[in-house]
Design a protein around this ligand. Structure first.
Ligand code: ADP
Ligand code: PMV
Ligand code: MG
Length: 397
C-alpha cells in the first residue's frame, strides 16, 4: 500500500544546436529549463488507479485487476531495452477506447501512461492503488520537451511505486534526488514513454529531463558540458501548434529522397554543435559581449540548415526577422514547424532594446520570456515545499 503524498518534477529543455540531426546520430547540445512538469502521487481508492492530466484534458481511472489482465494479454515483458510493439500499442488503444492512429495529445498521453505502467509493473511488481495528477509549467507541443518531462516524471513515479528505485526523501527533507544508477533506470524507461509519443526519439530530451544541467548528447552517450557560461536567452513561443512525431518523420522522408543533398546538411549541423561546445567550454563564466558574435553566427547558420531540412515555418521566419531588426539572432528550438524559438541576448544589449524586441514579438501574437538555463533534473519533493502556484495547479484537477 502507498501511504505518502509526494510530488516528482522534471525540467523541460532547450536544444541549443542539433535538433533533428541528433535523431540520426549527430551531436546535440541541450540545457535544462527553469520550467517544470509536476506529478503528484496520493494514496487512492483500494483496487483503483486514477490518472488526471489536466493539461491534455484526461481524467481516467481503471480497476487494477483489469490492468493486470491486460498486462498478461499483451505480454508486456518489462524489458526496458525493448521498444513498444505495434501489437502492444494497438491492444492498449483498444482497451482505452483510442481510435487507431489517433495522435491527439490526450490519446498519446494516455497511451504512454498505460504502456509505461504495464511494462514497468510486469518487471517490478504491481503498481499500488494511487491517484496521479500531472500538471506543467511547460507549453505542450512547443519544442520545450514537455513530452520528455512527462515521461521522466512517469518513469520515476512508477518505478518508485513498484519499489524498483528508492524513495529517497527522508522525513523533514523538502527535496531529494536519486542515485546515478537509479537515474539511469529512470532515463531508460522515460525513453520508452518518448517512443510512444514521438515514434523515433533520439533520447536527448529525456536525458536532460533526468539529469538536468547542460549536456552533449550523441547516440545515447550523455556527457555533461565541462563548463557552461551564464547565457541570457529569450524564449519565444509562436503558439503555432505542431507534432514532433510528424516533423521527425518528415525529415526522415526528405533524407531518403535526397540523401546526397541532405546528409552534408546533417554533417554541418553536427560540426556546429561540436564547435559550439568548444566555444562554450572555453568561455569565462560570465562572458562579455565580444564572445557572442560567434555564437550568433552559429544560430544564423543552423536556422538556415533547419529550414533546408523542412522544419521551418513562416512564424519562425517572422520571429527571426523581428529580432534581427533589433540586431538580435534567433533560431528555432526543438522540432520546429512552429513552437518556440530562442534568441541570444548579449550582455551589452540595452534593457530598452530587449523590451522593444519583446513588444514587437508580442505584437505578432507571440509570447516571450527570459529564461534561466541549467535547472536540476528529476527531483522528488514533499508537497509542503512546493510553491503555492504549483499546489494550486495540482489541486485544480
Ligand atoms: N503535462 C502533460 N500531461 C500529459 N501529457 C503531456 C503533458 N505534456 C506533454 N504531454 C504529451 O506530450 C505531447 C507533446 O509532445 P511533443 O509533440 O513532443 O512536443 P514537446 O515535447 O515539444 O512539447 C502531448 O501531445 C502529450 O501527449
Ligand atoms: C526534433 C528532436 O530533435 C527534438 C524534439 O523536441 P521537442 O519534442 O520538439 O521538444 C527530436 C528528438 O531528438 O527526439
Ligand atoms: Mg517532445
Amino acid at each position: 500500500m502507498w501511504t505518502r503524498e509526494l510530488v516528482v518534477s522534471a525540467p523541460g529543455k532547450v536544444i541549443l544546436h542539433g535538433e533533428h540531426a541528433v535523431v540520426l546520430g549527430k551531436v546535440a547540445l541541450a540545457v535544462a529549463l527553469d520550467l517544470r512538469t509536476f506529478l503528484r502521487l496520493r494514496p487512492g481508492a483500494e483496487g483503483r488507479l486514477s490518472v488526471s492530466l489536466p493539461g491534455v484534458g484526461v481524467r481516467r481511472s481503471w480497476d487494477t485487476p483489469d490492468l493486470r489482465a491486460l498486462r498478461e494479454r499483451i505480454a508486456a515483458d518489462g524489458d526496458e531495452s525493448k521498444s513498444p510493439s505495434v501489437e502492444q500499442l494497438d491492444a492498449l488503444r483498444e482497451f482505452a477506447g483510442i481510435a487507431a492512429g489517433a495522435s491527439a495529445p490526450d490519446s498519446l498521453a494516455t497511451l504512454a501512461f498505460l504502456y509505461m505502467c504495464l511494462a514497468i509493473s510486469a518487471k517490478y511488481g504491481d503498481v499500488p492503488s494511487v491517484d496521479i495528477v500531472v500538471c506543467s509549467e511547460l507549453p505542450t507541443g512547443a519544442g520545450l520537451g514537455s513530452s520528455a518531462a512527462y515521461a521522466v516524471c512517469l518513469a520515476a513515479a512508477l518505478l518508485m511505486l513498484c519499489g524498483a528505485i528508492s524513495c529517497p526523501l527522508q522525513e523533514g527533507e523538502s527535496t531529494a534526488r536519486w542515485t546515478e544508477e537509479e537515474l539511469t533506470l529512470i532515463n531508460s524507461w522515460a525513453f520508452r514513454g518518448e517512443q510512444v509519443i514521438h515514434g523515433n526519439p533520439s533520447g536527448v530530451d529525456n536525458a536532460v529531463g533526468t539529469w538536468g544541467g547542460a549536456l552533449r548528447y550523441q547516440a545515447g552517450k550523455i556527457t555533461p558540458l565541462k563548463r557552461v557560461p551564464t547565457l541570457r536567452i529569450l524564449l519565444t513561443n509562436t503558439k503555432v501548434p505542431r507534432s514532433t512525431k510528424i516533423l521527425v518523420a518528415g525529415v526522415k522522408e526528405k533524407i531518403l529522397k535526397f540523401p546526397a543533398i541532405m546528409n552534408p546538411v546533417l554533417d554541418s549541423i553536427d560540426a556546429i554543435s561540436q564547435e559550439c561546445q568548444s566555444v562554450l567550454e572555453a568561455m569565462p563564466a560570465n562572458p562579455s559581449a565580444e564572445h557572442y558574435p560567434v555564437l550568433e553566427e552559429f544560430f544564423d547558420i543552423n536556422q538556415h540548415h533547419l529550414n533546408v531540412l523542412g522544419v521551418g515555418h513562416p512564424s519562425l521566419d517572422r520571429l527571426c526577422q523581428v529580432t534581427a531588426s533589433h540586431s538580435l539572432h534567433s533560431k528555432l528550438t526543438g522540432a520546429g514547424g512552429g513552437g518556440c524559438g530562442i534568441t541570444l541576448l548579449p550582455p551589452d544589449t540595452s534593457p530598452l532594446a530587449v523590451e522593444a524586441a519583446k513588444q514587437d514579438l508580442c505584437a505578432c501574437g507571440f509570447e516571450c520570456w527570459e529564461t534561466k538555463i541549467g535547472a536540476p533534473g528529476v527531483t522528488l519533493h514533499c508537497c509542503s515545499s512546493l510553491s503555492a502556484q504549483v499546489l494550486h495547479a495540482l489541486a485544480q484537477s
